[in-house]
Write a protein that binds this ligand. Structure first.
Ligand code: NAP
Length: 326
């Protein structure tokens, strides 16, 4: 009998590609997806997947989901949201998934997508980051803080259990079916006519400061392959950095997505980050500026050598594929 894989958040930018990759795996017989909104798996052409509506904050719904599974893949998360709402869902919801999986009899593997953000933005971290660097997060960025807290929680909840625990730490995920990076650009929040004018008049293009730190990107299909491997391969459990080959600059990202890059000294990014940290009530969206204050380039050797992962798309190709659709 093949594997049954339960997936929280199967309808997200990573979820759609991850379930598509799991559908191709001969070892996988059934996939059970759960998220809050109504969704029909047939709309994606999936044949092994059933979908049940449910909230990870609802422990009974989570218990019911994981009880049916050999492997649990936890993707459900709030990335762009307020500090308060994201904290409620990400911390309590993730706790429910981890505790329910440990308590259930059937699951033998748990795959959790953490993030490069779990490392935090610390100037004393090595570059590139390897998996043995502590995931200490940065308290001033809600997402980074929550990703680090979830990893600590995972270690705590699974200590002493026989579960095989895989933690994937992807960099920014992008591609034609993962447009959040482009959607987050401030000019894409502008009204349509203003945006259209900036496309034809270069001087109206919004300015994007580039402090010079390189960025990694990973294509949604490559991260999906990593998830499918973590769910099914005879690989050692543990943490794995996930990023495409090569890097892009913030200037290249800005240019590709419709902005006008301007190089600024690296100290400007640190100063902006420090200034934001001192303000007591910062809008959660602004906290993302901390990301640009240092390099968080990761070493992906372990995913290649131990998980058997080979990304097909480089960072440059992933950016080009995203730029093609926005
Ligand atoms: N995208 C990136 O660049 C990136 C990079 C590194 C790591 N990651 C991590 O990868 C994971 C997946 O990210 P993504 O980009 O696919 O996110 P996404 O596009 O925002 O999708 C989130 C998914 O979670 C579901 N969800 C949210 N709240 C839920 C709840 N309370 N109960 C049940 N389901 C819920 C959503 O569906 P409903 O809203 O219908 O519930 C959706 O299916 C996250 O842990 C994220 O932190 C993402």
């Amino acid at each position: 009998m093949g594997l049954t894989v339960a997936v929280t958040g199967p309808t997200g930018e990573i979820g759609i590609s991850a379930v598509t990759a799991l559908e191709r795996e001969p070892a996988v017989e059934t996939i059970i997806g759960m998220a809050r909104r109504p969704f029909d798996p047939v709309s994606c052409g999936w044949q092994k997947t059933v979908y049940q509506q449910g909230d990870i904050l609802d422990r009974e719904a989570v218990d019911d989901l994981v009880a049916q599974a050999d492997v649990v893949v936890h993707l459900a998360f709030i990335i762009m949201g307020s500090r308060e709402e994201s904290s409620r869902i990400n911390l309590q919801g993730t706790r429910n998934v981890f505790e329910a999986t440990v308590a259930a009899e059937r699951p033998r593997r748990l795959v959790y997508t953490s993030s490069v953000a779990a490392y935090g933005y610390h100037s004393d971290n090595p570059v590139p980051l390897t998996e043995d660097v502590p995931a200490r997060g940065s308290a001033e960025h809600y997402y980074s803080e929550q990703k680090a807290a979830c990893e600590a929680l995972l270690a705590d909840v699974t200590t002493g259990s026989s579960l095989e625990v895989f933690v994937l730490r992807p960099c920014v995920v992008a591609g034609p079916k993962a447009t959040a990076l482009a959607d987050a650009m401030p000019w894409n929040q502008l009204p349509g006519p203003v945006r259209a004018m900036s496309k034809v008049a270069p001087m109206l293009k919004p300015v994007v400061p580039d402090p010079g730190f390189p960025l990694q990107l990973v294509h949604h299909d490559d991260v999906a392959e990593a998830i499918a491997l973590a769910a099914t391969a005879p690989a050692p459990p543990g943490a794995y950095n996930i990023a495409g080959d090569g890097v892009v600059t913030i200037s290249e990202v800005a240019r590709a997505l419709g902005g006008r890059p301007v190089r600024v000294p690296a100290v400007a990014a640190s100063a902006a980050s420090a200034a934001i940290s001192r303000v007591p009530f910062v809008p959660s969206m602004l906290e993302w500026l901390h990301v640009a204050r240092t390099s968080v380039v990761m070493d992906t050797t372990k995913a290649r050598t131990q998980l058997g992962w080979r990304p097909v798309h480089s960072a440059q190709e992933t950016l080009a594929a995203l730029a093609n659709v926005v």
